[in-house]
Write a protein that binds this ligand. Sequence first.
Ligand code: C2E
Ligand code: CA
Ligand code: CA
Length: 681
Amino acid sequence: MGTIKREYDYGKFIERYMYEHAHTMFVLVAETNDALYKVLYANTLAIDYFSGNVLMSGKHFFREFWKEIEHEINNMDELSKKRTEIEVLVNDELKLFELNLQKNEQEEREPVIFLELCERRDLIVERKNLSELESKYELVIDHNLDPIIAINKKGEILNTNPAIYPAFGYRKKELVNKSILKFIEIDEIERLNSMIIEGFQGESIELAEFNILHKRNIYLPIHVKVLPVLVDGEVAELHLIIRDLSKYYEYNEKFLFLSYRDQLTGLLNRKALKKDFVENRAVAIKNEQKVSIVHIGLDRFKLINDALGYNSADEILKSIGKRLKDICSSMSRVYRNGGDEFIIVLENHSIEKTEEIAQLVLGEFGNPFYFNNQEYFISASIGISIFPDDGENIEKLLRKSEQAMFYVKENGRSHYRFYAKEMKSLISNEVLMESHLRRAIELDEFKVYYQPQVDLKTGYVSSFEALLRWNNRKFGFVSPGQFIKIAEDSGLIHRIGDWVLDQVCKQLRQWEDKNYREVSIAVNISPKQFRMAGFAKSVEGNILKYEIRPSSLEVEITESSLANMQETLSTLKELKKIGVGISVDDFGTGYSSLSYLKQYPIDIIKIDQSFIRDIEFDEKNEAIAKTIINLAHNLGMEVIAEGVEKELQAGILLNANCQKAQGFLYSKALPVEEIVEKYMT
Ligand code: C2E
Ligand code: CA
Ligand code: CA
């Protein structure tokens, strides 16, 4: 009748009109029984905004967005209203929205949720301008093409930038609040940890070779640059700027070649083994085949090392590598596992084929190796583990093949055995420890600690003794009393000794660079190392390499190094000429007498702990200590008392004119960070 129907509600019309023309998105959703949310209504703006993301047609929000909103709804608690901000990736761009939520519980019907969404471009801008620092920081992080991870002191991830996703497959949410260590290979945790410590001391550091876990569960090689972020003069967090090297490697054949090759033998290395195994494993699973890991350890190679020196021994390792390579067919590959170990991975394993390879290898060792026209007979022990029978991953398989190899070594050597459970208990700790020690440098398990030497008169500290610490992933902290002996027996002491010397010189260089006060550091030198031809030259080499003051370095030798007069004297003279200090450790426990010492150019005598221990009760010890001090002074040498634990002992020593003391009374050996904090600044 020309009149407007009564049902038509103007109020609703206006309301709808407003919703349709508002600058805010309005969406009404219902919570259905199956906890899915159905969109009941959305205004034009919302439909347009989400058009590409199937808002309405599927009657759902697009997933990324909905996950965020759902999270907010779930966290609504009792409140029926909520106002918050959410960040969502829309078409790969991070957007910020202001979100108003209103939940209406209806009787006998599912609750209805009313969403009001407003994109806050202004807020993003506003935020960025909050402070100049903050804005710079955001810009640096978010717009950097390299992935960046921000971490705190504990290694927890605080923030990441969008570039992390294309590179490593993680969204920010998957990383934030987790420990960075979760994404790093076990082998590398120590290295990362010490990097974090250094970073928080304000150092910016670069780590060249590192592996990070991609979401697809493979490790990618990366280069990390660590930048400390200072707020009010303190390191608030670290930014790890990451460069994914895998692409680089792909493009750069040569680089690839180097990074997965053992430098000495040119064979593939352990890293390549790990990488390749991912593929070996996949192929084996697909074809229901097995893979064998043939672990070859040279027998008593340390004897060769000792006899020839490790440069020449390296030549022999090269020819061994070559022979092994010649044995390997297309179905097997040979790797150098570091040190005197090689590994052959045999695809599509059968017992027969694996045994055939093992026999071939043993056969090769039946023929001598040549160096400088000399024949050397070397044998090898072989342990074998099988995928998947002995383990699912390469770490486990290597552990077992290694165990089998040790078993062979302990049971006559020069044959092969497949891994069996019983082997485990039969291998002595020492043999196992030696093999771990062999890789300690490579795995970055060593650290040099420093024990201060205190001037008894003034309390002033101007020198330290470098003491090596080994934190192994299997054995934990092993005392040098234990591992130095193994290192000496196995010939590893040369490499380890060189490493310590290098570290100490590097440290001295760093301290000089920082203009810290002048100090000296004493390095323990094992008799074997000291007697090695060219020892003085290698000391000189380090001094020149780091351009340190020669007098800031002191070599600490034991009395047993002093036997063999002629050679000792010439080495000591050489060292003196270079200008390094020379001290005699554990004095009084060996055979040398002071008159004997007169002929050597020695600067410092260290009185052994055993004389200091009861010096306050034991008159004999007191007399010995005093005698040593007096005679040493008469010979123009300085004296350091070791193992001083009590004030009383220090008092006696001071009275006897002993210059310096070292011991728990003052401090145990400490990591470099603490030394810097306590003594250098
Ligand atoms: P050392 O050269 O006689 O070193 C002194 C040892 O006494 C250190 O043990 C030190 O931590 C410990 N010590 C220091 N003050 C006290 C004290 O007040 N009371 C007691 N009871 N002990 C104290 P550490 O670090 O376990 O080293 C043991 C030995 O291992 C060293 O004896 C040294 O012979 C050897 N060593 C350590 N680092 C190296 C190294 O880099 N190269 C070589 N070749 N040998 C090393
Ligand atoms: Ca010492
Ligand atoms: Ca000592």
